[in-house]
Ligand binder design. Structure first.
Ligand code: C5P
Length: 230
């Protein structure tokens, strides 16, 4: 595994007990934990603090999008939980992202902008009046994330080669939609294998169901970790 490559396992459960049962099967040497809206809304900060206490890095995936002052306060509150990564929607605009940045500057926390969601398609762009195609929009949003001083973006791994050259060298690319071996059609439309994702330029791989749905989650996690090491 290159020095910068990390794996975060998405714990998309609706109860703290289910989440803890899953997390206890994983080794913090191989992964961090991604906590999203479902688990956080159901359990609150307690599950974040518990995962940190168990020695895991935590990506708090709440994708803030609101007026600048509210997002700034939300980022301040998230940073008090001692998490490692938080994120905001790039569609919230530069003023909002700059406010978010002001809440975490000087702190050891990565602030990431979400470009377009994997559920967004060309009809969505038309519906809300965004110019250009998906590729144009991802590029435009990625540039506004960088110009706002954030640390990186969430995007599909195959998007990275189209945009990397326009972005700072130390920009972080976080990629969900990781699938193992034969990629069969589930709801992740533009999936990549772990090695392909890293070859595309991903620094942080977010893996959910391929690990959490396995009969031995830590074994699958270890396999991915080893693939990236070799
Ligand atoms: O189970 P799976 O590997 O598809 O999980 C991917 C995780 O990444 C989920 O928690 C999902 O909400 C999140 N995610 C995503 N696409 C994005 C942003 C986040 O799949 N664009």
């Amino acid at each position: 595994m290159t020095k910068q490559t990390e794996i975060y396992v998405a714990i998309d459960t609706k109860s703290a007990n289910d989440a803890k049962k899953l997390i206890r099967q994983l080794h913090n040497k191989y992964c961090g934990i991604k906590i999203g809206k479902e688990l956080f809304t159901a359990c609150g900060p307690e599950i974040v603090l518990w995962a940190k206490k168990e020695g895991f890095k935590v990506f708090l995936d709440l994708k803030f999008h609101d007026i600048p002052n509210t997002v700034m306060k939300a980022c301040e509150a998230a940073s008090r939980l001692n998490v490692d990564i938080i994120n905001v929607h790039a569609l919230g605009g530069k003023e909002m992202m700059v406010a978010a940045k002001s809440a975490v500057s000087g702190k050891k926390i990565k602030l990431i902008g979400v470009t377009l969601l994997t559920s967004h398609n060309k009809d969505f762009l038309e519906e809300i009046g965004l110019k250009g195609n998906i590729k144009d929009c991802v590029k435009r949003l990625a540039l506004s994330v960088a110009e706002s001083g954030l640390d990186g973006i969430v995007c599909a791994a195959p998007d990275i080669p189209n945009i990397q050259k326009y972005l700072p060298n130390d920009f972080v690319f976080i990629t969900p939609g990781i699938r193992l071996g034969h990629i069969n059609g589930d709801d992740q439309k533009r999936a990549a294998s772990p090695t392909d994702a890293v070859n595309f330029g991903s620094n942080i791989l977010v893996v959910g169901r391929p690990v959490t749905g396995a009969s031995n989650p830590n074994e699958v996690l270890h396999q991915i970790y080893n693939q990236l090491c070799n």
